[in-house]
Ligand binder design. Structure first.
Ligand code: C5J
Length: 199
């Protein structure tokens, strides 16, 4: 599960920056996420790339989400990478280093969790998948939300700790602590090198 490695979150001029974030904090996760992706491809694992985005008419964007906070640009407003967080606009696309290959599953999601408003549950059931490996951004928002949704649905989840990042580096660390606490109440975490060595 490669969560939301989109230009809108990682590049200047997108949704993340419009919320006042320093997007450079997310770059540290890119090389480990790419190494993970290459490894997963070599292992023949199913890969799902999610992207948080909305329909051009905003019919899947709750007004509360659009109106929240005091962003410089709101969801749907025009920005340097097209309309902010709108499916099909350049900003909603994946960063080049983590572009999906033909045949890999791309899942547009309107919420933070990847199970909400998507086909993910059905796809995982159809594929017979029981365990999920997570990477992406941001750790405490879309990654953690999706891991919690997965936990409630009975999946075992592992977060690759160096392949995820937050605009607030201490939030990444706290989110990982919360996930693995109490014997893995939500899931487990390990750096990519450990996963690679194990498998
Ligand atoms: C946010 C995400 N942070 N992909 N989305 O709004 O984590």
């Amino acid at each position: 599960m490669m969560i939301d490695m989109q230009r809108d979150f990682l590049e200047p001029g997108g949704f993340g920056e419009s919320l006042g974030n320093d997007v450079s904090h997310l770059r540290a996760a890119v090389a480990p996420a790419r190494a993970l992706l290459d490894w997963a491809r070599a292992q023949g694992l199913r890969i799902v790339h999610t992207k948080e985005c909305h329909r051009p008419d905003l019919s899947d964007c709750p007004p509360a989400k659009r109106e929240r906070g005091l962003p410089s640009q709101r969801i749907g407003d025009p920005g340097p990478m097209g309309r902010i967080l709108i499916d099909g606009e350049p900003g909603s696309d994946f960063i080049p280093e983590l572009s999906p290959l033909p045949g890999e599953c791309v899942l547009a999601k309107p919420g933070k969790g990847a199970f909400y408003g998507t086909e993910l549950s059905r796809l995982l059931t159809d594929w017979g998948v029981e365990r999920l490996i997570f990477a992406g951004v941001t750790t405490e928002v879309c990654v953690q939300s999706t891991m919690r949704e997965a936990n409630d649905r009975g999946y075992d989840s592992l977060l690759v700790s160096d392949a995820t990042a937050s605009y607030f580096p201490h939030f990444r660390d706290s989110a990982i602590e919360m996930i693995v606490a109490q014997g893995g109440i939500v899931g487990w975490a390990a750096p990519f090198a450990l996963l690679q060595a194990a498998g």
